[in-house]
Write a protein that binds this ligand. Structure first.
Ligand code: URA
Length: 432
């Protein structure tokens, strides 16, 4: 067997055998297959796809490219993952709420990919927070306080770590077999028994249409079933960014405010729905509406915020930053974006907002780029809101005046304002 033959088979739209997939994953992980051949095969998969059996074999080969964590000592561990979005701070809010209910949260999160943000980058805007802890520390934290959020370590699904970074550099992100194997391999390796997936759909998501999102959700659910991990997929809208803020420390601020009881309606809908299904899968309540109420109670009692503080402290972070949000990284310039016409916001293109945020430095253009935790956007008007001419649509947080000014123009182009009234729509599109 050799890699050229495998690339040629997929180039010619043929099905790969389990042995060929394992050969590729093993030899790419250990460095024998170079990036350029892996890139060629990845692009062939992107263009020609994979059937269910190939996708499952790719997922399992990637999951077994490193260690498989055994979390059985913690009872039912429910994991959550998103297929990526703009302003998606759901994990930062959801994880402490769920852990505060006594349901263990052991989550391996990712960095930003393309124009989408990543939880790990957001957590790193908290001074001292360690995302690259060892597996032993991860387990210890879950044992001690019921929660740990860490970055992808070398030992868990290392094939995904390499392929994920490679895909980002060759424009091969939006692919059902590649996304489902990436996510499910990490979930299988990280040892959770049950999985809730936020499958985003719309301009700012990898899946642009509902039918694509359903196909991705069904593929991941099937892989979950085969791996004996009950999986629920919630398809959520990513036509506009989630919540008010886009950018790393700005999203941490929004998450902290949410845990203190001030949560934007769209964020609340997504967080409560994902969480209610996590509680259900954990066997702690079958009634979705009651589960949502339990989560709100944890916020009102301050228990969820307390859990976030415990998490930050145990992972080396400075909790004074979240007790006093002024201590988080702040941009030098805060510039208003003023509406040039009156009317109702019809569109606020999530992908374009993500690109403005990347331009400001909140995301990476190349995988070696450093991100600026302080910069980003605060959206004051979203789809369905009425705006007067000259009213503030948003604020740009920039560290360069020149970039800030350019970002104002870019952000204005993300908005479409019309005279007719626009209804706000639910962000939950389907549960699978
Ligand atoms: N999240 C992942 O972990 N992998 C992808 O491919 C996309 C989103």
């Amino acid at each position: 067997m050799n890699i050229q033959e495998i690339i040629a088979k997929k180039r010619d739209k043929k099905e790969l055998t389990k042995e060929e997939i394992v050969y590729f994953v093993t030899n790419y992980t250990n460095g024998i297959i170079p990036d350029y051949q892996a890139a060629a095969l990845t692009m062939a998969i992107y263009i020609n796809g994979m059937n269910e059996e190939e996708t499952t074999n790719l997922t399992l080969a990637m999951a077994h490219s490193g260690d498989i964590l055994d979390l059985s000592g913690f009872g039912t561990v429910v994991d959550k993952h998103s297929t990526g979005g703009i302003g998606d701070k759901a994990t930062l809010i959801l994880a402490p709420i769920i852990a505060s209910l006594g349901i263990p949260v052991a989550k391996m999160s990712g960095r930003g990919l393309g124009y989408t943000g990543g939880t790990i980058d957001k957590l790193e805007s908290i001074s001292g927070y360690q995302t690259n802890i060892t597996i032993e520390e991860f387990r210890k934290n879950v044992g001690n306080i019921g929660i740990s959020l860490m970055g992808q370590t070398l030992n868990l699904a290392p094939a995904d770590k390499k392929l994920y970074a490679l895909r980002d550099t060759i424009a091969a992100t939006e692919s059902i077999p590649l996304i489902s194997s990436s996510i499910m391999s990490k979930k299988i390796a990280a040892g959770a028994n049950k999985i809730v997936l936020d499958v985003t759909c719309g301009s700012g998501a990898f899946m642009k249409s509902l039918s694509q999102a359903i196909q991705l959700a069904e593929t991941m659910k099937k892989i979950g079933e085969l791996a004996k991990k009950e999986t629920v997929c919630i398809i959520t809208s990513m036509e506009e960014p989630l919540g008010e803020s886009v950018g790393n420390s700005l999203e941490v601020i929004e998450a902290v405010q949410a845990l203190r009881g001030k949560m934007a309606a769209d964020v609340q809908e997504v967080v409560l729905t994902l969480g209610a299904y996590m509680i259900k899968l954990a066997g702690k309540g079958d009634n979705i509406e009651e589960n949502k109420q339990k989560m709100l109670t944890q916020i009102q009692k301050g228990e969820a915020f307390q859990k976030l503080k415990e998490l930050i402290q145990i992972q080396g972070g400075d909790i004074s930053c979240i007790e006093n949000l002024e201590l988080l990284p702040k941009a030098k310039y805060v510039m208003p974006v003023l509406a040039t016409e009156k009317g109702y916001v019809k569109t606020l293109d999530a992908k374009s907002v993500g690109e403005v945020s990347m331009y400001l430095g909140a995301g990476r253009m190349k995988k070696e780029d450093c991100i600026d935790p302080a910069v980003g956007i605060i959206l004051k008007k979203k789809i369905g809101d009425y705006v007067r001419e000259g009213e503030v649509l948003a604020y740009i947080h920039a560290n360069s005046e020149e970039k800030g000014k350019e970002a104002i123009n870019q952000l204005l182009n993300c908005y479409e304002i019309i005279e007719e009234r626009i209804e706000k729509k639910s962000g939950i599109l389907k549960v699978i």
